[in-house]
Design a protein around this ligand. Structure first.
Ligand code: ADP
Ligand code: ASP
Ligand code: MG
Length: 411
């Protein structure tokens, strides 16, 4: 049995006309001899609408009930699309996460997929041409509905493709593929024909929301070819794939940004063993992800600790830090939400130096102050003031030659 997985994002399923375009695409692939498994998002704006509504009912909505609420968005999409498909003569049925089941851990609002009952799906495909799966949702071992974090339908699609050994997973969205940077922010952004799993992992982890990072992790782990393309054009899109030697030549392949950043500085904490653990363990136990961390050089037995988190976690993190004051001896705890991250990414950085200094020089030329720096083998990230975001992205994008073509590493 030849299986193809498609995933359609929120803009692609918003309304009858767009769903008809989706149906055309699904029928074309089916006509090539594939059994189709299609993961759908909620119509665009719906998940945000539901989250806003929850906050009208509760100041601090229960996360488990939030998941029950937001999964309704995907349920509406799959039911309506399946009606269309059946009317068009396809043997189709909808499937919610718990009906498959897509089993996750119990980490509500950003659960991880543990298992997908692939034999059951394959058995169903004997009787159906098309299975329409609700993206973003799963069920834990206690029968509780869970969600996979924002953008999680990408992960549903790729995880289904991995579990079913599908030939390809096509991710349909509102842009023509993966670009050198967000095409909606930078006019000169260029579509890439191919990108490596590792580069895509870095782009996604640094904020490029075109693919959720966990979907790329799945793709890399199970070697799933992923093609990102538009529902609204016939452009072949971008293939996300394993690295080959030609790709290693590319020095910088993309610029990512992330506005969902908040910087916290804990001033004058005691400079002794155990203080970092005392601060970060309770934050981790509360399920809050800490991103960049800097500890200053100590003076007079005291030091400053600066780190970044998602803005959504600010209140909870401040409350935790307040409760820790007596233990860590902090004199002052400050926060700043007017910050963002900008990252330069490329596999060529593994073997070539100089990208960091070029990035810092470009920032200096534009008079943009760098607040924090983080690096990995193939990425350099700067935290800057949010008001400089567009300027920084455009400057880096064009200065690294991404508008013209890949920046090649010189021998
Ligand atoms: P969907 O609803 O289809 O899942 P998303 O809004 O989650 O779509 O992701 C697509 C968006 O990702 C694009 O509209 C674009 O603004 C944004 N984006 C950010 N960085 C990139 C990039 N490097 N390449 C393509 N799109 C990007
Ligand atoms: N509807 C969910 C969200 O908006 C999941 C997705 O679209 O991927 O985050
Ligand atoms: Mg998305």
């Amino acid at each position: 049995m030849r299986i193809m997985v498609h995933k359609y994002g929120g803009t692609s399923v918003k309304g009858l006309e767009r769903m008809r375009l989706v149906l055309d695409r699904v029928r074309k692939s089916h006509a090539l001899g594939y059994k189709m498994v299609v993961a759908l998002s909620a119509m665009s704006g719906e998940t945000n609408r539901l989250l806003t509504q929850a906050r009208e009912f509760s100041a601090d909505p229960d996360p488990a009930e939030l998941d029950v609420l937001v999964t309704t968005g995907e349920q509406v999409s799959v039911a309506l699309f399946t009606m269309l498909a059946k009317d068009a003569g396809l043997r189709a049925r909808s499937l919610l996460g718990h009906q498959i089941p897509i089993t996750t851990n119990s980490n509500v609002t950003r659960a991880r997929i543990m298992e997908i009952d692939a034999p059951r799906i394959k058995a169903m495909l004997e009787d159906y041409d098309l299975l329409v799966v609700a993206g973003f949702q799963g069920v834990d071992c206690h029968g509780r509905v869970t969600t996979l974090g924002r953008g999680g339908s990408d992960t549903t699609g790729v995880a289904l493709a991995a579990a079913l050994s599908a030939e390809v997973c096509e991710i349909y969205t509102d842009v023509n593929g993966v670009y050198t940077t967000d095409p909606n922010l930078c006019r000169t952004a260029r579509k890439l024909d191919r990108i490596t799993y590792d580069e895509m992992l870095e782009l996604s982890s640094q904020g490029a929301k075109v693919l959720q990072i966990r979907s790329v992790e799945f793709a890399k782990k199970f070697n799933v070819p992923v093609r990102v393309r538009s529902t609204f054009s016939d452009d072949p899109g971008t293939l996300v794939t394993a690295e080959d030697t030609e790709m290693e030549d590319v020095l910088v392949s993309g610029i990512a940004y992330d506005k969902d950043q908040c910087r916290i500085t804990v001033r004058n904490v005691m400079d002794r063993p155990g203080v970092a653990a005392a601060i970060f363990s309770p934050i981790a136990e509360a399920g809050i992800l800490v991103d960049m961390i800097i500890q200053n050089t100590g003076r007079d037995g005291r030091t400053d600790m600066t780190f970044t988190i998602s803005r959504a976690h600010l209140d909870r993190t401040m409350a935790i830090l307040d409760s820790l004051r007596p233990v860590i001896g902090a004199e002052d705890i400050q926060h700043d939400v007017n910050v963002c991250k900008v990252s330069v990414i490329g596999v060529g950085m593994r073997s070539h130096s100089g990208v960091a200094s070029t990035m810092f020089t470009l920032m200096k030329k534009e008079n943009i102050n760098i607040l924090m720096i983080a690096t990995s083998e193939i990425k350099i990230t700067c935290l800057i003031e949010e008001k400089y975001l567009e300027l920084a992205v455009r400057t880096l994008h064009d200065a690294f030659g991404l508008a013209e073509g890949p920046a090649k590493a010189c021998a």
